[in-house]
Design a protein around this ligand. Sequence first.
Ligand SMILES: Nc1ncnc2c1ncn2[C@@H]1O[C@H](COP(=O)(O)OP(=O)(O)OP(=O)(O)O)[C@@H](O)[C@H]1O
Ligand SMILES: [Mg+2]
Length: 357
Amino acid sequence: MTKSICLFNHKGGVSKTTTTFNLGWGLARLGHKVLMVDLDAQTNLTGLVLGFQAIDDEKMDAFYSNRDILTLGPIVRALIDGNTPDEFLRNERAKVFKTGHDNLFLLPGHLDVSDLDSQISVSLKIASGIPSTRNIPGNLPKILSLVAKDMGADYVLYDLSPNVGGLNEVMLMSSDYFIVPTSPDYFCLQAIGSLEKNIKKWHREIKRFKEDNDFESPSFSIKNEPKFIGAIQQRYRPRNDKPATSFQTWIDKIRDAIANKFVPSLNQLNLVIEREKIESLLNGTGLTPFDLAHVPDFNSLIAISQQLSKPIYALTDQEIKSVGKVFGHAEETMIRSRDNFNEVFTALANRIVELTK
Ligand SMILES: Nc1ncnc2c1ncn2[C@@H]1O[C@H](COP(=O)(O)OP(=O)(O)OP(=O)(O)O)[C@@H](O)[C@H]1O
Ligand SMILES: [Mg+2]
């Protein structure tokens, strides 16, 4: 069965998209079949996967008009027009786009996703009694899970935008698990508090939506039971392999806010993975429960990675040397850094596999 995982934080620029790509590739490398879905109208994930052709308007037009590739464009139109997922998929079987890794696939994003977001938000608020729109919220997760099931995906990763609209609400509340990428600063700490309130509000709203519309059958696509698996702290600047003191302060504060406030609060609604599972998994790693990984700043490796549409940790020595145009000491430093990232992301992918078993 496909396991669905949302990467979400309503705080912008905390590495949701980058982590979706790195984690997707990491899971694919372990032999799992993975679908990434770009649900942000900014289409950053699509740009990351397509690389430099995404900057060329003509190439992008050709990409989006290629009827052999399924994108979110026709999905959004079908849902807004009131088509059922089954009707839509009868004609669109398994046309997902293959990335640079054989096991990793992408459902490319589309600007029109924001129209669907507005429709879903309205439907959730005034749904009861309006038959033409009441199915739209449930049909989005339904159609996406059918696409993932149809291709035989082991994991589907949803890259969400940094907002709290209806689309993110239905995707998060319908997924099996969610991960919160965060970065060590004051705004991110603030965001943990509002994220907790927001998820609780979503949970109440979906519960009411299901009751009002008699959507309580176990097969309804918005289960309202996503489990928080943990946070990933990003982009601190390491000194001697440890975060600089100023970053460490925020890392600690964010970790404490998650462990002592966010988790207990969501636990009351059964929205957190079992503590024993994560405790035993992280035992001996230096990480504490709900911290899934600490990812330092990629520095100059990021430019090479974006140019080649490959995660930093998957770059070969030769790619670092020729694309990065480095040699000698600089080259050695970058290769060492790539190896460190490789360890971090391999451990992360393995942890996600264990936690979602
Ligand atoms: N570990 C890292 N080191 C250095 N740069 C990073 C790292 N992670 C992400 N970035 C860069 O930070 C920026 C924001 O990352 P990304 O787009 O993944 O965040 P996001 O949370 O998806 O943003 P948004 O909220 O806009 O969707 C990008 O320019 C990305 O290349
Ligand atoms: Mg993003």
